[in-house]
Design a protein around this ligand. Structure first.
Ligand SMILES: [Zn+2]
Length: 155
């Protein structure tokens, strides 16, 4: 595995999903819910519980400026783009406001479908807007429609 820092983000790239899942599933399950076939992980540093390996590693390696951690398989550029959206949503207030506005402008029916799909996928409600934007900005129109149906926006 390799560690890369990009500004305040720590990116951990794995060669195999078994190792990644062993290290990250418990952390991600607690933060965003239990997701079937997860291919990436994202967590704000301030949501990490003390006494896990990631919390200790950040301290030990003196990653003092890191505010967000993401992990994907090293070849998975799609997952990496998705997880980077989460980091940006957390770290960039202007981007977050833009995403919240986009979510708020979904038609009531579309919002209901987005909400139901994310819930069905296993995401905690606390991360629904964050997940919506990450899928919205990284999926093709076709796969977005498969995930959420055809999205409609008001105004
Ligand atoms: Zn996500």
């Amino acid at each position: 595995m390799i560690y890369i820092t990009e500004g305040h983000i720590l990116i951990i790239l794995y060669d195999d999903i078994v190792t990644m899942s062993a290290q990250f599933d418990a952390i991600s399950n607690a933060y965003e819910g239990v997701i079937y076939k997860r291919v990436g992980h994202n967590i704000p540093r301030n949501k990490l519980e003390p006494n896990n390996w990631l919390y200790d590693m950040l301290t030990l390696r003196k990653y003092n400026n890191i505010t967000y951690i993401i992990a994907t398989l090293s070849h998975d550029t799609q997952a990496l783009a998705h997880e980077k959206c989460h980091a940006r949503y957390h770290n960039d207030k202007q981007y977050r406001q833009q995403c919240n506005k986009l979510y708020d402008s979904l038609s009531p029916n579309s919002m209901k479908r987005v909400h139901a799909s994310l819930k069905h996928m296993g995401y905690n409600e606390t991360v629904h807007i964050d997940e919506f934007q990450a899928y919205y900005y990284t999926e093709s129109p076709r796969s977005l429609a498969l995930l959420f149906g055809k999205l409609q926006f008001i105004n």
